[in-house]
Design a protein around this ligand. Structure first.
Ligand code: F6P
Length: 372
């Protein structure tokens, strides 16, 4: 009997998603199996909005950014339906059966891995793929989307150099990554930023303004500060860490929810930290400062060759695993190989930048200031 497989993309979109959908779909076709897409993440699964991914539907999408399926941040167990928040897991299980699915492929970042685990626990055959520009999914070397975003952010820093230099200014460039610093670190190094601020290395204002003033003393009247959106000064970072630890360590549902609310509140309170930082730097250094927030530009457009390759090889490996009846795993990139890792070990675990990571060490050796 030929297999029928469902697929959805959830969370923030990311270049390389279509390459992965195509990789899964074409490899499944080769095995005589059928692929059904669900639109707009878990919401499409609840509302049973489908797209048959056969023949022409998989052609011409390899090079296209975004996701042909659409995406959303809706969670199966907490979905806004008809003015209220409801657990829709049961409805999802019914639609899974109604479509005669043998497995469901969920493509997404950290949040999607957690939601996928909930569906696995509800008895569905789930297999996942790691995508996010943040590169913060546990147990995989990398995620598709990261390489493209890295290229975009690096090019932006390259371009900011000439204007910063011409005006003798500081330019503070905010780079996405949620609460992980991979993108800011990679682009900061590749783009030659003078200061790189990461969520993993809380900073002190005095330390980075001193680094900028040092450059001025050497006749360099401009500086590029690459700041990760989750980077915080020391005192704010310790409050965030306390909230994260409370969430991680409490097994009580109410306490966990309160800790989550605390984290959300802190994220909102510090949302404009990059603008604040720029003002503070102007005051401390007497140099003019400007802010560039790259935002969603980093997620848009054509995927890089590396992301197309990664999406294709993880997608094809995923199809092979589905055909072998494997579920409950994420297909991870491990060197040149695509390896299944237990979804339970991935969900809820963020891959952050180790403070002694080789990239951090190399950056320090070439004189980058981390503000610590
Ligand atoms: O996870 C990807 C990401 O782009 C993060 O870097 C960023 O914090 C977030 O998504 C932005 O989310 P949204 O698309 O909901 O604005």
């Amino acid at each position: 009997m030929s297999k029928t497989v469902g697929i959805l993309t959830a969370g923030g979109d990311s270049p390389g998603l279509n390459a992965a959908i195509r990789g899964v779909g074409k490899a499944l076709q080769g095995h005589g199996a059928h692929l059904i897409g669900f639109r707009d993440g878990f919401r499409g699964l609840v509302e049973n909005r489908t797209l048959r991914l056969e023949g022409g539907a998989l052609s011409g999408i390899l090079t296209v950014g975004g996701t042909i399926l659409g995406t959303s941040r809706d969670k199966p167990h907490k979905m806004h339906v008809g003015g209220e928040t409801r657990d829709m897991t049961e409805v999802i299980a019914q639609n899974y059966q109604a479509n005669h699915l043998d497995a469901l492929v969920c493509i997404g970042g950290g949040g999607t891995q957690k939601n996928a685990l909930r569906l696995l626990d509800a008895g569905l055959n789930i297999i996942t793929l790691p995508k996010t520009i943040d590169n913060d999914v546990a147990l995989t070397d990398t995620t598709f989307g990261f390489d493209t975003a890295l290229g975009i952010a690096t090019e932006a820093i390259d371009r900011l150099h000439s204007t910063a230099h011409s005006h003798h200014r500081i330019i503070v460039v905010e780079i996405m990554g949620h609460r992980a610093g991979w993108l800011a670190l990679g682009a900061g190094i590749a783009g030659g930023a003078d200061v790189i601020l990461l969520p993993e290395i809380p900073y002190r204002m005095e330390s980075l303004s001193e680094a900028i003033l040092n450059r001025v003393r050497q006749g360099k009247n401009f500086s590029i500060v690459a700041v990760a959106e989750g980077a915080l000064p020391k005192h704010q970072a310790s409050e965030m860490r306390a909230a994260e630890e409370r969430k991680a360590n409490s097994d009580n549902k109410k306490e966990k929810r309160q800790a989550k609310e605390w984290i959300n509140e802190l994220e909102q309170r510090y949302a404009d930290h990059t603008v604040m930082l720029s003002h503070q730097l102007e005051e401390a250094t007497r140099l003019e400062s400007r802010v560039t927030i790259l935002g969603h530009l980093q997620r848009g457009g054509t995927p890089s060759a590396a992301d197309r390759l990664l999406g294709t090889r993880l997608g094809a490996a995923c199809a092979d695993l589905v055909m072998d009846g494997v579920s409950g795993v994420m297909v991870a990139a491990r060197g040149e190989r695509a390896e299944p890792v237990p979804l339970r070990d991935v969900a809820g675990n963020k891959k952050r930048v180790p403070t002694d990571h080789a990239w951090v060490r190399a950056a320090r050796e070439v004189g980058v200031c981390f503000g610590d």
